[in-house]
Design a protein around this ligand. Structure first.
Ligand code: FES
Length: 571
């Protein structure tokens, strides 16, 4: 391919003053004409930041991608983009997922870029980058950050998030000491990389691989393994070939690819957050995807990955057991093997030779962790737009339960009263949190694993039915009904539940209901007063005015709608 066939040629080729100016500035960057003219320009979008421990190795890894790009005859340009650090960014990185997606899309559109490598993995980063890239439509390859190594404490494993919540409950119950707790803090996160449980990060990077957007096997490689270095360089090489082949992201992202990604998430026992993200990503690909698609597939797909919180092991074990390729080899019969991936081969060809080395980590189809996908979509008068539960990570005795509601309005109310000794709560209660949805949260924070009151913990209670319009960390667990739509802030039925109302959860029947009459519901709604907006200016106001509900992916409606996307005039 000559430079003339490249999108970047609009910036660099020709006799006009604009091309002269652009090339003069390339000289200013220290580049000789032979180093970039006529070569595919590859943007490396790097979410490295000093505040993001999950991405702390990506500065070094970008150099390895560059090495691959140069080796293939391309011209790499690294772009630092926003970092969404799940741990540190408040109120929640979910508030900023769409901002990073907009930054991704607009950088790719407005600069002389022929193809891109996206680097990241911490929870919201993967969907944000892929949503933006899907809208931009260029050749795209994703380099997952990779999971961190196993945590360790006193000869045992520690799991990101999952064990933090578990030992926090034990500390509150008085079964571990302050010294134990300090040791756990030091052993929990031992290396760069994303959470090593099957949290949102590992779920979404696996989804990206199943969509066909990574090199085969890339999502399972631990962040610090030398295979991760080699994968990064190989991705740099491959993206240059993709530009030359004209293989764009839209050629990879098909309805079949999304269905395979959902099957993968379900077989992994993946994070409930993936529902929201995959719906949003599919929206950018103009592919309709609804909660009911997840529920339908959930009834067909067994959970095969024994990775915490649904199973026993961690991502490092999963990698040694065969990784995602091993798991996909178990699902071959139900996958769309003829679709193209970023390798230029079919998905089936990419799986050639994949096998499982440890069936205790990646279980056989006839000996699954759970015969169904472990994620259920619930509906009823409490969630007309739907709600979700990862029931495989909940106490099975609570899968069918009716109990009196103990209602909190907003997280501050919950924090203030949940441990009040006078709170009327028993092991049969249903804890309800209203006001933590996309608008009300704001940003739909991961408050959905509502704390169990101290007095119940001391009685030995370790799970309760909990219902909210919030999300939950993929590393969390428990009988937590999440994403109730519409949210309370916009007048969803959750806003109308009162203390003592009987709430019914029935996972098998896919029901979430408050046992009050339609007439009573109408009476309460008529008396309901809308709360004030959570933002009045700035990005928050943009977010507040345009965010959609959880069942629609929480994208901005102006980003997901179809419309004209003109190329910039570079001449
Ligand atoms: Fe980054 Fe968990 S905090 S992946």
């Amino acid at each position: 391919m000559t430079g003339k066939g490249l999108r970047s040629a609009a910036w660099f080729e020709g006799e006009g003053l604009r091309a002269f100016s652009h090339n003069a500035r390339m000289r200013q960057l220290g580049l000789n004409p032979a180093e970039h003219l006529g070569k595919p320009v590859i943007a490396i979008l790097n979410t490295w930041s000093g505040i993001n421990p999950c991405h702390m190795h990506l500065r070094e890894r970008a150099g390895q991608v560059e090495r691959g790009v140069w080796a293939a005859g391309g011209h790499p340009l690294e772009f630092p983009v926003a970092t969404l650090s799940e741990t540190f960014q408040k109120p929640t990185p979910m508030l900023y997922r769409n901002l990073l997606s907009m930054e991704t899309e607009e950088l790719l559109r407005s600069y002389p870029v022929d193809g891109c490598v996206l680097m990241g993995g911490c929870d919201k980063t993967t969907p944000a980058l892929l949503m933006g890239a899907a809208s931009a439509g260029l050749p795209t390859i994703f380099v997952p950050a990779g999971p961190m190594l196993r945590g360790h404490w006193r000869g045992g494993k520690l799991a990101s998030g999952t064990d933090m919540w578990r030992y926090w409950d034990e500390k509150r119950a008085g079964t571990i000491s302050d010294a134990d707790w300090a040791e756990i803090q030091s052993g929990l996160a031992r290396s760069p990389g994303t959470c090593m449980t099957m949290g949102t990060a590992s779920t979404m990077t696996a989804a990206a691989e199943a969509l066909g957007l990574t090199l085969p096997g890339a999502s399972s490689i631990p962040a610090v393994d030398s295979a991760h270095h080699r994968m990064a360089a190989a991705a740099g090489t491959r993206i240059v070939e993709m530009v030359r082949e004209g293989l764009a992201i839209g050629d990879v992202l098909s309805a079949e690819a999304y269905e395979d990604a959902i099957r993968t998430v379900l077989a992994l026992g993946g994070s409930t957050n993936s529902y929201i993200h995959l719906i949003a990503m599919a929206g950018r690909s103009r592919i309709p995807l609804a909660l009911d698609d997840f529920d339908r597939l959930s009834r067909e797909v067994p959970v095969l990955a024994s990775v915490q919180p649904a199973g026993e092991h961690l991502m490092e074990d999963f990698y040694y057991a065969g990784g995602l390729r091993g798991l996909l080899s178990r699902l071959r019969g139900s996958l769309h093997l003829d679709r193209i991936t970023v390798t230029g081969r079919t998905f089936g060809e990419d799986l050639a030779g994949a096998e499982v080395h440890d069936p205790s980590v990646i279980r056989p189809v006839d000996d699954p962790i759970s015969a169904e996908g472990g994620l259920a979509v619930l509906r009823g008068n409490l969630a007309p737009g739907g709600a979700v539960i990862k029931y495989v990570a909940a106490d099975p005795s609570l899968w069918r339960h009716t109990g009196p509601a103990v209602v909190f309005h907003g997280y501050r109310d919950l924090q203030a009263r949940i441990n009040d000794p006078d709170l009327e709560v028993t092991r049969d209660s249903v804890i309800v949190l209203a006001g933590s949805g996309p608008k009300g949260g704001p940003g739909m924070p991961e408050h959905g694993m509502l704390p169990i009151p101290d007095k119940l913990l001391r009685e030995g209670v370790r799970d309760l039915v909990r219902v909210s319009d919030a999300r939950m960390s993929g590393t969390s667990y428990g009988a937590c009904v999440l994403h109730v739509a519409p949210e309370a802030h916009v007048g969803g039925p959750l806003a109308l539940v009162r203390d003592g109302d009987l709430v019914t959860l029935d996972v098998e029947a896919r029901v979430l209901r408050v046992e009050i009459s339609d007439e009573e519901m109408r009476r309460r709604r008529a008396a309901w007063t809308p709360p004030p907006p959570t933002f009045e200016r700035g990005y928050g106001a943009l977010y507040y005015e345009h965010i959609t509900q959880a069942d629609q992916g929480c994208d901005f409606e102006f980003l997901s709608r179809p419309g004209r996307d003109p190329e910039p005039d570079a001449h």
